[in-house]
Design a protein around this ligand. Structure first.
Ligand code: GLC
Length: 735
């Protein structure tokens, strides 16, 4: 339907609706157990507009039929789920995909996730999570794209394109819902849900850009955050939801709360009671509430709020209009049911598995490779020891936020290696140590279908001895260590970056054998290895359904790691937060004496990642030495593959301005190009710096500015790049 026809049709529907039916469209309920009679009753009564957490296509169909056939107006339901990194085919976790710096791979992966979701009858995902995270104690960094707004914006847009396609309603695609608006990643102390105090310049220069990029890519939904932002809970924060999102940015989609966060405005001691909570959330710009249970619905009080004159009919209608427009554009009024006959074909598509394996291969970050220990040589290697509590854990290999996965199909690291080497190489395995349980289990662990992996429980002393013997008798040891998947993610912050349990002891004991050791880190935050230095370290994240196959390809050189860190890797948790984009200070050269007890620099810088091949940058130049305010400048650099492998490199461009209305970070990422080069190949890489790349929101002038200044441009393999050139920015009045 054309826009005008859609609008007219929705207005006609709105005019028929009672206040109770309007409020019903703004309530979203969880259904944790299929067949829940309370949910069916609420749907039949016209008090629900959307359901989340249903993954059974038949149950989706059943509830949809109730909404259409048993309610007065027959308005269909929106079905939603956290399809964060896949539905049945599980891709690497989002921060791993960010580490690939490969926007095509990211978009393709989310398009596959969308196709699997849509085929079972889902219409909407609560993704991408675009929260900038600069504190690795915060567990939800796993769900985002790390610490940088430029990379985060590119990843956000790629994910939205993947989920939603070119336009809302594209067949086989679903509504993208960037979250959590806004500033959730800046939780005090990295403690999930704790308050965030963020200056407007930090919000506008760091935390907002990925949301704007997601909206510019067409995202039709935004989820607000749980926490209080500068003292006002995001769910009831009018400045965030109306002034910035809807008025300043012109967002025409619909907003949704986080789970119970409207009702929980009472918990924040912000709202007096659920009626007040619903009133203030709607007035602040919340369009739909996500409610854990009917009794926690704040929006069911909206008819009363309307009768009391505390909300206007216009505001109520505007929220309903936004929700109905999404349903209409998704085609739900004309085609509300999925074709269940095609589900299994789509979910079992082998091309999806291949894409997940390829994505995992692109995400691996090679942190250390002394003496070119990797890749392993299958022709000369006779034995391998694959050790660690995560080496054969299918559930942990998938990472958190997975609901419809197939553990039997999941390839663990051990299985991937054994499948690749067959009988050629003896492969021994030992867990080495137990994977301990979280000290404080999270409520996620109790949700049906989300149970954590069965824990490895062994006699650690005996197991460490056994593992050491295996390492001694093998040509090489592959150690798979890290955090269990329920030790990171929501409600999974940590006050430490250490390896949980006695894994550090195992690592040091295996290294002490003096035999070659390749450590594979299964984690999504920087881990403090206490100085332990195995020959090789590869960050494999949580690599998904085909993770073990991807790891085996990388270990034996059929895939060459080319991932780059989307965050600074601190030396210890005491340095945190340690973003790379920090201000220069008046003592920049003493940066490393900021702490008298250890270096102030990161162990590995943002953008860092080695390759099996070697790369060299040269001949960095700008097209012009001087530009005028508002103009674009072209930058080029020559990149050579001087190694022995066809390999990917991510050339990164950073800027720093030498003076201006406010101080700016010593380095800011403003461009990157992922290129694959053959050995001996040299290519000229081109970038362009536009006025918007050189502008920032200044707390000096409380607005967006571009300064007359001198810009230093650094290009290289990570944020510590030394190759530099510069250009001047002048005002036309200066001529
Ligand atoms: C959770 C998360 C949010 C998720 C929602 C539904 O608490 O904060 O990211 O989309 O609830 O699962």
């Amino acid at each position: 339907m054309q826009d005008k026809a859609v609008d007219d049709w929705i207005e006609a529907l709105l005019r028929q609706m009672t206040p109770e039916e309007k409020a019903g469209q703004l309530v979203q309920l969880f259904e944790f157990e299929a067949g829940d009679p309370d949910i069916a009753a609420e749907v039949a009564a016209g008090r629900v507009g959307s359901i989340l957490f249903v993954r059974d296509p038949a149950e989706i169909q059943r509830l949809q039929r109730i909404a259409i056939e048993q309610t007065r107006l027959g308005i269909p339901l929106l079905f939603a789920l956290d399809v964060i990194h896949g539905l049945r085919t599980i891709f690497p976790v989002p921060i791993a995909m960010a580490a690939s710096w490969d926007m095509q791979a990211i978009e393709a992966g989310q398009a596959i996730a969308a196709s699997e979701a849509r085929t079972i009858g889902l219409h909407w995902t609560f993704a991408p999570m675009v929260d900038i995270a600069r504190d690795p104690r915060w567990g939800r960094m796993i769900e985002g794209a790390g610490e940088d707004p430029f990379l985060g914006s590119a990843v956000a847009a790629a994910q939205v394109r993947g989920f939603q396609g070119a336009a809302l309603g594209t067949p086989g695609r679903i509504i993208a819902g960037p979250k959590h608006f806004a500033g959730y990643g800046a939780a005090l102390g990295g403690r999930d849900y704790d308050e965030a105090e963020i200056s407007e310049s930090e919000l506008r220069n760091v935390y907002f850009p990925p949301f704007k990029a997601a909206l510019q890519a067409g995202a039709a939904n935004v989820m607000c955050a749980y926490m209080a932002l500068n003292g006002v809970p995001a769910t009831g924060n009018r400045w965030l939801l109306r002034d910035v999102l809807k008025d300043e940015w012109g967002f025409t989609g619909f907003t949704v709360s986080d789970a119970n966060s409207a009702y929980d405005l009472c918990e924040h001691n912000f709202a007096r009671d659920p009626l007040d909570a619903g009133t203030r959330a709607l007035n602040a710009g919340l369009d739909m509430e996500m409610s854990l249970l009917v009794k926690y619905s704040a929006f069911r009080h909206l008819p009363q709020a309307l009768a009391n004159g505390d909300i206007t009919e216009a505001d109520l209608n505007e929220a309903v209009r936004r929700v109905l427009t999404a349903k209409c554009r998704m085609g739900l009024f004309s085609n509300p049911y999925a074709d269940l006959a095609t589900c299994d074909v789509t979910l079992a598509d082998p091309a999806h598995r291949d894409a997940a394996r390829d994505a995992a291969e692109r995400s691996f970050v090679l942190l250390r490779n002394e003496g070119d220990l990797l890749p392993l040589d299958r022709d000369t290697l006779a034995s391998l020891a694959v050790i660690g509590p995560l080496a054969d854990s299918a559930r942990d290999t998938l990472g958190p936020w997975v609901f419809d996965h197939d553990l039997d199909e999941t390839v663990t690291v051990l299985e991937g290696i054994r499948n690749k080497v067959g009988e050629h190489i003896r492969v021994d395995h030992a867990p080495g140590v137990s994977m301990i349980a979280r000290q404080n289990p999270s409520f996620f662990d109790s949700l049906p279908g989300l149970e954590p992996a069965a824990r490895v429980e062994v006699d650690d002393d005996a197991e460490i001895r056994r593992a050491v013997e295996q390492a001694k008798s093998a040509d090489c040891t592959v150690l798979v260590l890290g955090e269990a998947q329920n030790m990171i993610g929501e409600a999974a912050s940590r006050s430490s970056l250490d390896l949980p349990g006695r894994q550090q002891e195992l690592l040091e004991a295996v290294i002490a054998t003096g035999k070659p050791v390749a450590l594979l880190l299964m984690s999504a935050r920087p881990i403090d290895l206490k100085g332990a230095a195995p020959g090789a370290i590869v960050n494999i994240w949580y690599p998904g359904s085909q993770g073990g196959a991807a790891v085996a390809n990388a270990l034996f050189g059929e895939a060459v790691p080319g991932g780059k860190l989307p965050f600074n890797w601190p030396r210890s948790v005491g340095q945190v937060p340690l973003p790379y984009a920090r201000m220069k200070s008046h003592r920049p050269d003493e940066r490393n004496v900021r702490y008298w007890n250890e270096e102030g620099s990161p162990l590995y810088p943002f953008g860092f990642g080695l390759s099996y091949s070697k790369f060299e940058y040269s001949n960095l130049r700008t097209a012009r030495p001087v530009i005028m305010l508002g103009e674009t400048v072209d930058v080029e650099v020559d990149l050579a593959n001087t190694g022995r492998y066809v390999a990917a490199e991510v050339a990164q461009l950073y800027i720093h301005q030498r003076h201006g209305s406010a101080v700016r970070p010593v380095r800011e990422l403003k461009g990157f190009r992922r290129v694959v080069l053959k050995p001996g190949e040299t290519r000229t890489i081109a970038f362009e710096l536009r006025a918007e790349d050189l502008s920032y929101w200044s707390s000096a002038s409380r607005g967006w500015v571009q300064d007359e200044t001198i810009i230093d441009v650094y290009v290289g393999t990570d944020s510590a790049a030394r190759l530099v050139t510069s250009f001047e920015v002048r005002s036309p009045e200066d001529q």
